[in-house]
Design a protein around this ligand. Structure first.
Ligand SMILES: [Zn+2]
Length: 202
């Protein structure tokens, strides 16, 4: 992708997330609000005049709203599992989530936007519940994280990074839907027939 990789520390110019501000409870509240916004954007677009607008990619290499929605849902589930793994293991090493492989494997583009929106909210609440109860020593516990580079990260960073992922992709979803709505007119067939065209009944 030509788009610049979002930062994993400090301030993100693209979505306004700041890793250095906000306590745990505030970060979790932000995460749940941003997840609710993702969920509502999907639901609203899918309930509009052209429900398939959620499946349109604004550029061939930029995901559609449904693909980002599925990604956000899966991030929330994987990150909640990582919290559990970090608490359970001495030296946690997180398995990569394979963000690009999942798009095809789980057929993101064919998924039902209403179901994705509902699952996304459920996972956001479950992630929030798992994160809110962490104690300062637990938040300081390290695990080996592999994005964007393999590095030890505290559980506190994992929480903030998850909140950033959701806020960043909420920004992506909003931008994409703004780019593809109102529904684009289908392109004319590549090889027009010789026949005289007749007006189609609307
Ligand atoms: Zn961002």
């Amino acid at each position: 992708m030509s788009k610049q990789q979002p930062p994993v520390d400090g301030y993100c110019e693209q979505c306004g997330f700041d890793y250095d501000t906000g306590d745990l409870q505030g970060t979790v509240t932000t995460l749940i609000r941003q997840a609710a916004d993702c969920s509502m954007s999907l639901t609203r677009a899918a309930a509009g005049p052209d429900p398939d607008v959620v499946r349109l990619r604004p550029e061939p290499d930029v995901w559609s709203a449904i693909e980002y929605g599925c990604h956000v849902r899966d991030v929330l589930e994987v990150q909640r599992q990582r919290i559990a793994q970090c608490l359970a293991e001495d030296r946690p090493v997180y398995a990569p989530m394979d963000r690009t492989g999942r798009v095809k494997e789980l057929k993101y583009e064919d998924q039902d936007p209403m179901e994705v929106a509902a699952a996304l909210m459920r996972f956001a609440r479950e992630f929030g519940a798992a994160a809110r109860v962490l104690t300062p020593p637990q938040l300081g516990k390290l695990g080996l994280y592999n994005y964007p580079v393999r590095a030890p990260r505290t559980l506190g960073w994992v929480i903030r990074h998850t909140a950033h992922e959701i806020q960043h992709h909420r920004h992506d979803i909003t931008t994409i839907l703004a780019a593809v709505e109102p529904p684009i007119v289908p392109k004319a067939p590549a090889e027009p027939t010789e026949e005289v065209s007749v007006d189609q009944p609307s």
